[in-house]
Design a protein around this ligand. Structure first.
Ligand code: UGA
Length: 441
């Protein structure tokens, strides 16, 4: 099939690359010229495992093309995915101006039937606005459909998630649109991946409802972690015990310093607003959000309980990205924590395998904020190590070497990556979330 993808951001680029990998011919429309230049050479502007290789391969096979000309993009295919950004506005509402612009441009360049698909995360019933916009700006009397096909890609494993979906959700209003999706997703349904077909409003809702539910699960287990600390239970044992119940499931019950990223914080906020606009008070999600933002504050308070004063202390920080396998620092807990410790006058040595360059743009290197390339360099003469992102390379670190390098062997682990017993044997003073502490004094 021929497919056009508007917007080469995270979602658009992964969608375009994966559809081309499946043998489709894809045209990706991107208006930022610096990005476009990179993409044409097969360079990915974001770090996502496997993406660059996939782009290079499909460019060389002539199956993926890039343009900044929307006219060319619209003419190229009858199936058009809108994958532009939907950032958060000041009110918490999604800013849909890029979706509106894309709809208008599609309409102005449409000369035959098109299936216009929202893939960006949008509030429920956005499809009605897309439809109305296209109707208004159409120059010729041609048929079109608007559909919703939300993405469920996790950063860091987006390619895997695209190719191995738990489900594919499509929201359609006509038989014609339904048939196009059935054809498009045939390589998946043939392998047994479920294709869920709903109306468009339900598909839009499924996306926000899913992300908000996962965020709620994380805040829930984080409150259980707080309780565990008070009563002497281990939150991992509690989560395992809960997770065996198939109705609950173990996934997303990892306690820690809370969720970040470009999706959960924004989507929970937007969903609260959508509910409010429709006269529904979603207090449950307001609480989810509140619990999450308090995690970062509590983490720093916990540090103060452990080391008393941060000023002039050598604090090593492992992990700046909002989660492993990405260089994305949007809404990362590391930002609030590092900024606060910097204000207090701590000497910070920061490490992240991929996100240092992005983090530096927000927290520039200065005398008492140093970025290191080797994670062990961060530990030299450190009074304490803070673990903020659960990268595998931290999980696999040499504990003896770590202890030897540090001035004091104190670790405050916001992601529960080490075994408490092992840390005890190695002689660390080890604090994690919702698990027994190993105190020295
Ligand atoms: C999330 C969803 O998982 C995807 O299904 C969705 O498509 C995507 O948002 C989106 O809307 O585009 P993502 O933000 O990439 O994906 O990352 P997740 O793996 O969901 O993690 C989100 C945050 O929750 C991270 O900060 C992670 O550290 C945290 N988390 C996750 C926990 O604190 N505990 C857990 O048990 C799981």
């Amino acid at each position: 099939m021929r497919i056009t993808v508007i917007g080469a951001g995270y979602v658009g680029l992964v969608t375009a690359a994966c559809f081309s990998e499946l043998g489709n011919e894809v045209m990706c429309v991107e208006k930022i010229s610096s990005k476009l230049e990179k993409l044409r050479k097969g360079e990915s502007p974001i770090y996502e495992p496997g993406l660059e290789e996939m782009l290079k391969k499909n460019i060389s096979k002539g199956r993926i093309h890039f343009t900044d000309d929307i006219k060319e993009g619209v003419a190229f295919a009858d199936v058009i995915f809108i994958c532009v950004g939907t950032p958060q506005s000041e009110t918490g509402k999604a800013d849909l101006s890029q979706v509106e612009e894309a709809s208008r441009q599609i309409a102005e360049n449409m000369d035959r039937y098109k299936l216009v698909i929202e893939k960006s995360t949008v509030p429920v019933n956005t499809h009605q606005w897309v439809k109305r916009t296209i109707e208004r700006y159409l120059k010729t009397d041609v048929d079109f459909d608007v559909a919703s096909n939300p993405e469920f890609l996790r950063e860091g494993s987006a390619i895997y998630d695209f190719m191995n979906p738990d489900r594919i959700v499509v929201g359609v209003e006509t038989e014609r649109a339904k048939q196009i999706f059935e054809e498009l997703y045939k390589p998946f349904t043939e392998k047994g991946f479920p294709l869920i077909i709903t109306n468009t409003a339900a598909a839009e809702l499924i996306k926000h409802a899913s992300n908000s539910f996962l965020a709620m699960k994380i805040s829930y287990i984080n409150m259980i972690a707080d309780l565990c600390e008070k009563v002497g239970a281990d939150v991992e044992e509690v989560a395992d015990g809960m997770g065996y119940d198939k109705r609950i499931g173990r996934a997303f019950l990892n306690a820690g310093i809370g969720y970040g990223g470009s999706c959960f914080p924004k989507d929970v906020k937007a969903f609260i607003k959508i509910a409010e606009d429709n006269g529904v008070d979603f207090g449950l999600l307001r609480e989810t959000e509140k619990i999450n933002s308090e995690r970062r504050v509590k983490f720093v308070e916990r540090l103060e309980e452990i080391i008393w004063i941060s000023k002039d202390k050598n604090i090593a920080v492992w992990g700046l990205a909002f989660k492993p396998n990405t260089d994305d620092i949007r809404e990362t807990p590391a930002l609030d924590i590092v900024k606060r410790l910097k204000e207090e006058g701590a000497n910070l040595r920061l490490h992240d395998p991929k996100a240092e360059e992005n983090f530096k743009q927000v927290v520039p290197e200065i005398e008492n904020v140093i970025y290191v390339e080797d994670k062990y360099d961060a530990l030299k003469e450190a009074d304490v190590l803070l673990i903020i992102t659960d990268w595998d390379e931290y999980k696999e670190a040499d504990l003896d070497k770590m202890k030897e390098l540090m001035r004091l062997p104190i670790v405050l682990d916001g992601r529960n990556i080490y075994d408490v017993e092992v840390m005890k044997e190695k002689g660390f003073e080890y604090y994690s979330i919702g698990r027994p502490e190993i105190k020295k004094c």
